[in-house]
Design a protein. Structure first.
Length: 267
């Protein structure tokens, strides 16, 4: 039976619900016996599995049936720009549909890959050769992550954004960008549940970004909390005059930040 028919049959076996966490898609560059072993293990754990091998555009179709993709990365991918470009394309198709990934690859490739392509830091990595008990735990963790709310941190200070990500990553899916226009681009491509927006940024500042978000039908309802370093009465009044969903001083504590996020998201 051909590869395309295998994929079609497997997709028909999926429950068509975006939040069904028992549906998993494995994406590989070419057929691998090892991947079939992974598929069998996941089936034993109660997951419905389909495989996309090489025909990456099928990701757009099967994304309607799953929240989690497992990407089986080729060995030596760092030295192969064609494979790197394919991986970035796979990432974009999955990311833009609000889905998550679990990456399986060679341990030696991981540091360089994440250094040059930091957007993969948002996902779980599993070293190859795959240990089946570790696979089960990694999938459970990845599935758990897909259920978390997504928060975008927008700040021109990467170190501050990194700190906030560390603070909230156990409770939320946390992503960060530097620069106002990057925030707009991200929010238009990827569904998020809340935006933490730096009030003072060069070129395109927080109020300008906020206005653009509110003017676009696709982003106008996303809750926005301003991050500000100004704690004077006049400064706070200026921030709140824009009518965001709240503001947080940059001097706040981790506990108060999490409390604020929870309060806005619960509304």
């Amino acid at each position: 039976m051909g590869e395309e028919n295998n994929t079609t049959i497997a997709v028909r076996g999926f429950i068509r619900m975006d939040d069904n966490v028992k549906n998993i898609v494995i994406v590989m560059y070419k057929y691998s016996v090892v991947v079939k072993g992974i598929e069998r293990k996941l089936a034993e754990c109660g997951y419905n599995v389909t495989i996309v091998a090489g025909e990456f555009e099928k990701i757009k179709e099967v994304a309607a049936y799953t929240k989690l993709f497992i990407i089986y990365i080729p060995s030596g991918i760092i030295d192969n720009m064609v494979d790197i470009n394919h991986l970035n394309h796979i990432h974009d198709m999955i990311w833009e549909r609000g889905r998550s990934m679990l990456l399986i690859g060679d341990k030696k490739d991981k540091p360089e890959l994440l250094k040059k392509h930091s957007h993969f830091e948002n996902f779980i990595w599993l070293d190859r050769p795959v240990k089946m008990d570790e696979l089960e735990l990694a999938v459970e963790k990845a599935v758990e992550i897909t259920a978390k709310k997504k928060i975008l941190i927008v700040d021109d200070d990467p170190s501050y954004a990194r700190m906030v990500r560390e603070w909230i990553k156990d409770d939320y899916q946390a992503y960060s960008v530097t620069g106002g226009m990057n925030a707009i681009s991200f929010a238009l491509k990827t569904p998020v549940d809340l935006i933490l927006l730096d009030y003072e940024m060069p070129v395109v500042d927080g109020p300008q970004v906020f206005q653009m978000l509110r003017q676009d039908p696709d982003t106008k309802d996303i809750p926005v909390i301003f991050l500000t370093g100004v704690d004077t009465r006049e400064g706070v009044q200026r921030v709140m005059a824009l009518k965001p969903n709240g503001y947080i001083l940059k001097t706040t504590t981790k506990e108060k930040l999490l409390e604020s996020l929870q309060g806005v998201l619960e509304k």
